[in-house]
Design a protein around this ligand. Structure first.
Ligand code: ZN
Ligand code: ZN
Length: 393
């Protein structure tokens, strides 16, 4: 028995290092923890179902048939925005290739010089100038990159996310550069839907109570009480959240920057991304260009995986052609060049690499020969270090 390497094509999402889950062959991307997202779905779908079952038939006859129609349109819009936020790439930044990580480490060490033993090395920071303001780019010890401005590492998804706003368990995803406007439209439309259902619940109870009495009405439509309770408690949180994000959008600021006080407090640095104009800020955040995903998660890459096999006599001529070819190729690979285990998923790392892979999908270019590298810290150790550092931020 001996181990040989076989090469197979896999989608890049299968080898992405973050803590995400993928469905539909990589088209759908979410965080691993989805329990609260299912609760969100249950509350929205459940409340609307009760409204359509108990209130809409009465209101359509006694008030206007437009009431259930508008509720249905609003409900569909809310669901579309929720799923668009939850199932999309929020703007995850690819990790550095092993070669790039080694190069960056060497650059940092060269810039810092020899740090005496026992002393802490200086923080890994680079300064860039944006609109006459100095902005610090921090080094991510997990992704091994200097994060772009406004990016941050989500410890739940274990990814750096561009224009990171926050991780939202209610939508089961990070909220960042690529899905922020959909998240905002979700909260805004959910606020409207909640107010709409709550208002017409009250109208329905009042109209029926005139004829049947208040207690008889509640007995006839038991779902109404539940709806009113859910809508009442949702109103405070969702409307408050929408108001908070409206305030952030008007300043062109993220939740992460607001919590950290990046542009206020002791720093006294003015927000370099703000246009100093509420309309311009709103237009940029809500109507600005959409950005493509830089992960290329449905692209193909080649993976070498070891397979235990008995490498004895070559197969007889009566064997089918495909196994013969595979065996010959495997034995040839075994005797010519040593194969290096592909531990670092090299093809999914850099936007430039992903972009070039899209342009030229040649398998040879997708899997460049990986040179042997000096030993680096283990990924587990890096992740722990990063999470510990992120918690201190
Ligand atoms: Zn990171
Ligand atoms: Zn996240």
């Amino acid at each position: 028995m001996s181990a040989v390497m076989i090469t197979r094509k896999v989608r890049k999402w299968e080898k992405l290092p973050g803590k995400n889950t993928f469905c539909c062959d990589g088209r759908v991307m979410m965080a691993r923890q989805k329990g609260v997202f299912y609760l969100t779905l249950f509350l929205i779908v459940g409340t609307c179902s009760l409204f359509f079952a108990f209130e809409c038939p009465y209101l359509a006859v006694h008030l206007s048939p437009a009431i259930p129609v508008f509720a249905a349109v609003l409900f569909l819009f809310v669901m579309a925005m929720l799923l668009r936020t939850s199932f999309s790439d929020p703007g995850v930044l690819p990790r550095a290739l092993p070669e790039e990580a080694t190069f960056i480490e060497m650059e940092i060490e060269a810039a810092n010089g020899n740090v005496p033993a026992g002393q802490r090395p200086p923080p890994r920071i680079r300064n860039v100038q944006i609109n006459n303001q100095i902005v610090k780019l921090k080094y991510c010890y997990t992704c091994k990159i200097f994060r772009p401005p406004r990016a941050s590492h989500c410890s739940i998804c274990d990814n750096c996310v561009d224009r990171f706003d926050h991780h939202c368990p209610w939508v089961g995803n990070c909220v960042g550069k690529r899905n922020y406007r959909y998240f905002y439209l979700f909260t805004l439309s959910l606020s409207l839907l909640t107010i709409y259902i709550f208002t017409f619940d009250i109208v329905h109870v009042v109209m029926r109570s005139v004829d049947n009495g208040f207690l008889n009405t509640l007995k006839e439509t038991p779902g109404t009480v539940l709806e009113v309770l859910v809508c009442f408690f949702t109103l405070w949180s969702v409307v408050g959240l929408t108001g908070f994000h409206t305030y952030l959008i008007s300043l062109n600021q993220t939740t992460n920057e607001d919590i950290k006080g990046s542009w206020s407090g002791k720093n006294r640095i003015q927000n370099p991304y703000s246009h100093k104009n509420i309309i311009k800020n709103c237009c940029e955040v809500l109507c600005g260009p959409t950005y493509p995903s830089v992960l290329d998660r449905r692209g193909l890459m080649q993976e070498d995986s070891p397979v235990s096999t008995t490498c004895t006599a070559p197969p007889s001529s009566s064997s089918i052609a495909a196994p013969q070819t595979t065996h010959a190729v495997l034995c040839l690979q075994k005797t010519t060049a040593p194969l290096i285990p592909n531990e670092h998923t090299p093809d999914d790392a850099k936007p430039s690499i992903a972009a070039s892979a899209e342009k030229s999908p040649s398998p040879k270019e997708e899997l460049p020969p990986t040179p042997k590298l000096p030993p680096l810290a283990s990924p587990e150790t890096d992740a722990e270090t990063s999470i510990a550092k992120d918690k201190t931020h």
